[in-house]
Design a protein around this ligand. Structure first.
Ligand code: 6R9
Length: 656
C-alpha cells in the first residue's frame, strides 16, 4: 500500500443541471427516475440485472442462476448461452439497421470507409473463417496488434464469434512489451498490419512483431495474419505469415456464431500494476455484454440517430467497451479515427466532428488540455453544433479544463459525462446520466445503477463526507474482471485484500483515492498505489524501474510520477549507476531510449536524475514519498525517522 496521505483540497461549487428539453427526450429522464432505478438495483440486484439481460440481449439459452458469488469470484448468468458478436451484429440484420453505418472510419491521411451492419457482419464472418482455416479453435487465444483501422474491430468480433479469446496489445507498445503479453496469453495466432499512421509517422507494427517472435520468442504463435495498411515493405515469413487480403478473397461469408457459455473467456487485456509484470485482466462474455450495453445506452443516452465517437485506441479497455462492444450491441454508429491530435493538424478532431456530424464525443482530459493549448481558434472555426453530449475518461479532469470543454466544445449546451472506471471494471462505475444528473466540474458524480461505491479507511469503515479515503465497490457487478489470467492468487491479493473484509463482506479496492461530498458526489483523487497515470495511460513505476535496471549502466532505479500540465503526470526516474559508468547527458538519452524499447514511447521518462544513493527505510524499501516531493520541486514532507541514511536526502536535494 502506498505511503501517500490522502488529502483533498478541491472545493468546487458550480452545479450544472440538465436542461429540461434534453431531459424530456433522454433515455433516463430525471433524477427521480435514476433514483428509482438505483433503489431497485440495490434492493434486488439479481432481479434488476436479470430483467435487463432479458430485455436488452439475445440469448441462445437462458441462465439458471443470475449470480453465483463466492468472494472474490463471481459468475453471472450461470449456464446462459450467448454470443456477443451475435448481439453486436446478427440481431441488427433483421431490422432496418441492416444498412445503417456500424463503423465510420477516418484514416489519418484523410482516407475513409463506412461499413454498414451487413458489411461488418460479412467481414467478421470472413475473418472468423480465416482464423479457423489457420487452426484457431474455441478457447485458443489470439493476439491483436493493430493500428486504428476497422480490421482491428473486425478481428475482435471474429474472435468473439468463434469463441477464441482475444488479447489486444496497444500498437504503441514495443516489441519487448508485446512479447511478454503474447507469451503470457500463449497466443496461437497474431493479427497485425504492415503498419499504421500515427502523428505523421508510419508505425512499423509488423517489424515489431517480427522482433517479438524472433528466436522462437513466443513458441505458441503458429500463424500471423497481416492486414495491409501502409504498404511499406515488410518481411513475410513463409508458412507463418499470411496476407489478409489474399485469404479474405476466398473466405466464406457464412460463419455461425458459436454459442458461448456466459462465463466463457471473452478477452484478456493487460494492465499495469504495482509489480513489474503486467496483469492479464480476464473478462467473460454474458455479464460484460450486458453491462457495456446498458452503460452505453444510459450514460451516453444513445439513440438510433446518433453518430458516436470515442477517441480511444482499441488497445485500451475504453476502445474495447466503448468503441466496439457497447455501441455495436446497441446498433449504434461508432466512429473510429486513426489519427491522434498533433501539432501539424491542430483542428483534426473538430474536422471529423464537422464532417460526420458527430453527436456524442468521448475523449480524455489529456487531449482536452492539449487542445486548450493549441488555441480556441481551431474549434471555433468549425461547426460543432451537431454535438449533444460530451464525455471524458482516463484521469480526473481539472475543473478549468471541464469548463473549457463545456464552453468551447459543448457551446454550453452539452452535458458532460465524466466516467470513472477501469480496465478491471469493464464498464462505467461512477458517471452522470446526462438527462438525470446535475454535474459539478471535476466530479464523476454518482454510481451507475447496480454499483455500490463508497470511500473507506483501511479497515473498511466508511469515512465521513468530504474525508479522503479509498474508493471501493461493495457488491459484484456483471462486467467485473473475473481473475488475473492464470493467477487467481494475484487477483485476490491485488484487489480484495488491501481493505479488510467488513462483516465478512469483501470490498473491491480499485487503487484510487476519493472523497464523497455532502450530495453523495464522488471526487476521484487519483491512484494511491505505485501506478502512474501518464496521459490517461496506466504505467506501473515498477515496470519502468525494471526496464531501467535491465540496462547495464543502471544499478538501481526509482521511478515516480511528477505532475505535468499536459500529461497529468510525467515519468521521473532516479537512477544510481554501476561503478564503471559516469553520469552524462548522453547516458540520460540512452536510458530514455532504452525504456522506449522495453515498454514503448508512452513510458519514456521526462526526466532522469542520477543519484549516489536512493532514500530507503531501514528495512531497505525505497521511500517514494520523498522522491515524489523532490520530483515535484516541493519541500520534503512527512516523517523521516524511518530513513536509513539521512545524508542521502541532502545529496538528492543538492542535485536538484
Ligand atoms: C477507463 C480507464 C483506470 C484508472 C483509474 C483512475 C483513472 C479513469 C477516470 C479516472 C478520474 C475519471 N481514471 N477514469 N480518474 N476520473 N473519469 O481509464 O481504464 O486504463 O484501467 O485506468 O484511470 O485512476 O483507476 P484504465
Amino acid at each position: 500500500m502506498s505511503e501517500t496521505t490522502i488529502e483533498s483540497i478541491l472545493q468546487e461549487k458550480r452545479l450544472f443541471a440538465p436542461c429540461s428539453e434534453f431531459s424530456q427526450n433522454a433515455n433516463i429522464k430525471s433524477f427521480a427516475e435514476y433514483q428509482q432505478l438505483y433503489e431497485q438495483s440495490i434492493s434486488d440486484p439479481e432481479g434488476f440485472w436479470a430483467n435487463l439481460a432479458e430485455t436488452e440481449l439475445d440469448w441462445f439459452q437462458k441462465w439458471d442462476r443470475v449470480l453465483d458469488w463466492q468472494p472474490p469470484f463471481a459468475k453471472w448468468f450461470v449456464n446462459g448461452k450467448i454470443n456477443i458478436s451475435y448481439n453486436c451484429l446478427d440481431r441488427h440484420l433483421t431490422t432496418w439497421r441492416k444498412n445503417k453505418a456500424a463503423i465510420i472510419w477516418e484514416g489519418e491521411p484523410g482516407d475513409s470507409r463506412t461499413l454498414t451492419y451487413a458489411q461488418l457482419h460479412r467481414e467478421v464472418c470472413q475473418m472468423a473463417n480465416v482464423f479457423k482455416q489457420l487452426g484457431v479453435k474455441k478457447g485458443d487465444r489470439v493476439g491483436i496488434y493493430m493500428p486504428m483501422i476497422p480490421e482491428a474491430a473486425i478481428a475482435m468480433l471474429a474472435c468473439a464469434r468463434i469463441g477464441a479469446p482475444h488479447s489486444v496489445v496497444f500498437g504503441g507498445f514495443s516489441a519487448e512489451a508485446l512479447k511478454a503479453r503474447l507469451q503470457d496469453a500463449e497466443a496461437k495466432l497474431v493479427v497485425t498490419a504492415d503498419g499504421g499512421f500515427r502523428k505523421d509517422k508510419v508505425v512499423p507494427l509488423k517489424d515489431a512483431l517480427d522482433e517479438a517472435l524472433s528466436n522462437n520468442g513466443v513458441p505458441s504463435v503458429e500463424n500471423v495474419l497481416v492486414v495491409q495498411r501502409t504498404k511499406q515493405t515488410i518481411n513475410m515469413q513463409e508458412g507463418r505469415d499470411h496476407w489478409w487480403h489474399e485469404l479474405h478473397a476466398q473466405a466464406s461469408i457464412n460463419c455461425p456464431p458459436e454459442p458461448m457459455d456466459s462465463e466463457d473467456l471473452l478477452f484478456i487485456l493487460y494492465t499495469s500494476g504495482t509489480t513489474g509484470k503486467p496483469k492479464g485482466v480476464v473478462h467473460t462474455t454474458g455479464g460484460y455484454n450486458l453491462y457495456t450495453h446498458i452503460t452505453t445506452k444510459w450514460a451516453f443516452d444513445l439513440k438510433d440517430t446518433d453518430v458516436y465517437w470515442c477517441t480511444a485506441d482499441v488497445g485500451w479497455i475504453t476502445g474495447h467497451s466503448y468503441i466496439v462492444y457497447g455501441p455495436l450491441s446497441n446498433g449504434a454508429t461508432s466512429l473510429m479515427y486513426e489519427g491522434a491530435p498533433r501539432a501539424s493538424n491542430p483542428g483534426c478532431f473538430w474536422d471529423v466532428i464537422e464532417k460526420y456530424g458527430v453527436t456524442i464525443f468521448y475523449t480524455a482530459p489529456t487531449a482536452i488540455r492539449a487542445f486548450i493549448k493549441m488555441g480556441d481558434e481551431h474549434p471555433n472555426a468549425r461547426d460543432l453544433s451537431s454535438l449533444r453530449i460530451l464525455g471524458t475518461v482516463g484521469e480526473p479532469i481539472n475543473p478549468e479544463a471541464w469548463m473549457w470543454y463545456h464552453k468551447v466544445i459543448g457551446g454550453e449546451r452539452c452535458p458532460i459525462v465524466d466516467t470513472w472506471w477501469q480496465t478491471e471494471t469493464g464498464g462505467f462505475m461512477i458517471t452522470p446520466l446526462p438527462g438525470a444528473t446535475s454535474t459539478k466540474p471535476g466530479s464523476a458524480t454518482r454510481p451507475f445503477p447496480g454499483i455500490i461505491a463508497d470511500v473507506v479507511d483501511l479497515e473498511g469503515n466508511s469515512v465521513g463526507n468530504n474525508q479522503g479515503g479509498y474508493l471501493v465497490i461493495k457488491h459484484p457487478w456483471p462486467s467485473m474482471m473475473r481473475t488475473v489470467y492464470k493467477d487467481d492468487d494475484r487477483f485476490r491479493r491485488t484487489y480484495w485484500e488491501h481493505i479488510l473484509p467488513k462483516n465478512g463482506k469483501y470490498l473491491y479496492f480499485a487503487g484510487d483515492g476519493a472523497r464523497k461530498d455532502e450530495d453523495g458526489y464522488f471526487w476521484i483523487m487519483g491512484r494511491v498505489d505505485d501506478v502512474m497515470n501518464i496521459s490517461g495511460h496506466r504505467i506501473g513505476t515498477m515496470e519502468v524501474e525494471s526496464a531501467l535496471v535491465s540496462h547495464p549502466a543502471v544499478a538501481e532505479a526509482a521511478v515516480v510520477g511528477r505532475p505535468d500540465e499536459l500529461k497529468g503526470e510525467d515519468v521521473y526516474a532516479f537512477v544510481t549507476l554501476e561503478g564503471s559508468y559516469q553520469p552524462s547527458e548522453a547516458l540520460k538519452e540512452e536510458l530514455k531510449k532504452h525504456v522506449v524499447k522495453e515498454i514503448g514511447a508512452i513510458a519514456r521518462p521526462g526526466e532522469i536524475r542520477f543519484a549516489d544513493a536512493l532514500p530507503k527505510t531501514r528495512s531497505g524499501k525505497i521511500i517514494r514519498r520523498f522522491l515524489r516531493n523532490l520530483a515535484a520541486g516541493q519541500e520534503l514532507v512527512g516523517d523521516i525517522s524511518t530513513m536509513e541514511d539521512l545524508s542521502v536526502l541532502d545529496k538528492l536535494r543538492e542535485g536538484a
